[in-house]
Design a protein around this ligand. Structure first.
Ligand SMILES: NC(=O)c1ccc[n+]([C@@H]2O[C@H](COP(=O)([O-])OP(=O)(O)OC[C@H]3O[C@@H](n4cnc5c(N)ncnc54)[C@H](O)[C@@H]3O)[C@@H](O)[C@H]2O)c1
Ligand SMILES: O=C(O)[C@H](O)CO
Length: 363
């Protein structure tokens, strides 16, 4: 385990290790973990926190619960900033108990994640990966009308489950780009896409809010999952719900792996060769459930929807919680990302700010 010594501000920071854990040690000089492991265990992080640490910027692969929050608090820590939108790896109640502020990075990843979901939808619909493998294997002997027949999107129905920031952006791309009809289901929100169309004075396709998730599964030709991962969405797509979908449907997941029961999915893919999936996330990341890698009707990529500089900027600013108020609208983060102007003296998004009674910025 190598943790660099405090780095004077006029020296370049040490190079990143494979993990991007940052620790704010006394005097507020960040120490970057140069550990060569990709995923740090709770014990690794305990050792890194040591007996003095003001705050940590960590990532979604780390298990931030009672053990780490009590250790961080004992070391004088006041903030944990998760370098991700989703914070299902964080036990916020444990953080509240130890008075540790928890940051996340909403908004900056909306378009990039929606674009990957759109890419996976197209790759699955037009069988891009299968065709690419065929080409590289030297199997192409000349044009044939039935070679890799895929699904046409125009005029078909796209379904979105979890119509928040990313789900709505994905819906916009599929509706406007491919003129698909839209059906969406969200546990809480009522009319996000309707408002968007109305505000633009147009109604080029039909859209409706489904009263149940099952309605989306039965009606849509392409379904993309964008909910948070919590108790209500664990194995949201299971054997029974897969069976409700059209035999030639396309299912895309760029949210979190456990939203789909991956064992049931492998069985469904095996039994329904015309059913296709595009997956950015997996139930036991970095692993795939047995059999998934052999499925020609699955396009799989290693959680790449998000990588962006903006996410690191927001995570770093969330880590500066000491003396900072909370930005009043975490969905509007542009002010933090303008490289030509200084970032506002506020934390972009602290998920437990109310529980900790942190002040809201007047900016
Ligand atoms: N693959 C990636 O790299 C990547 C990148 C960014 C975000 N994400 C994931 O995407 C998720 C969504 O991000 P966002 O910015 O759109 O968040 P968001 O909070 O704007 O949207 C999530 C939506 O899910 C809805 N929801 C919650 N429970 C539901 C349920 N049981 N059924 C249906 N809908 C439900 C919420 O009401 C909300 O509208 C994140 O929590 C994260 O896990 C993944
Ligand atoms: O939730 C997120 O932000 C992504 O999954 C990783 O950055």
């Amino acid at each position: 385990m190598t943790v660099p010594k405090n780095t004077p501000s006029d020296e370049p920071l040490p190079p990143f290790g494979r993990s991007t854990l940052w620790l704010y040690k006394p005097a507020f000089f960040p120490q970057i973990c140069t550990e060569k492991k990709t995923i740090l265990s709770v014990d690794d992080i305990l050792a890194l926190i040591g007996d003095r640490c003001d705050g940590v910027i960590g990532q979604l692969t780390e298990d931030w619960g009672e053990t780490l929050f009590s250790a961080l608090s004992r070391a004088g820590g006041k903030a944990f900033s998760n370098m991700a939108v989703g914070y299902n790896n964080v036990d916020v109640e444990a953080a509240n108990k130890y008075g540790v502020a928890v940051g996340n990075t909403p908004g900056v990843l909306t378009e990039t994640t929606a674009e990957l979901a759109a890419s996976l939808s197209l790759a699955a619909a037009r069988r891009i990966v299968e065709a690419d493998e065929f080409m590289r294997a030297g199997k192409y002997e000349g044009w044939l009308p039935h070679l890799f027949v895929g699904n046409l999107l125009k005029g078909q129905t796209v379904g979105v489950i979890g119509a928040g920031r990313i789900g709505s952006a994905y819906a916009r791309m599929m509706v406007e780009g491919f003129k698909m009809n839209l059906i969406y289901y969200d546990l809480y929100q009522s009319t996000p896409y309707g408002q968007f169309l109305k505000a633009n004075g147009e109604q080029p396709v039909t859209w409706k809010r489904a009263s149940s998730m099952e309605e989306v599964l039965q009606e849509a030709d392409v379904i993309s999952l964008h909910p948070v991962l919590d108790k209500t969405t664990y194995h949201l797509v299971n054997k029974e719900r897969l069976a409700m979908m059209k035999k030639e449907a396309i299912l895309v997941n760029c949210s979190r792996g456990p939203v789909i029961d991956e064992v049931a999915l492998v069985e469904h893919l095996r039994e329904n060769p015309m059913f296709r999936v595009g997956l950015d996330v997996f139930e036991d990341e970095p692993y795939m459930k047995p059999g998934l890698a052999d499925m020609k009707n699955a396009v799989v990529v290693p959680h790449i929807a998000s990588a962006s500089k903006g996410m690191a900027t927001l995570a770093a600013l969330n880590g500066k919680i000491k003396g900072y108020p909370i930005w009043s609208n975490p969905n509007s983060v542009e002010a933090f990302l303008d490289e030509n102007s200084p970032a506002p003296a506020a934390c972009p998004s602290i998920v437990n700010s109310k529980a900790l009674g942190l002040p809201v910025s007047k900016l």
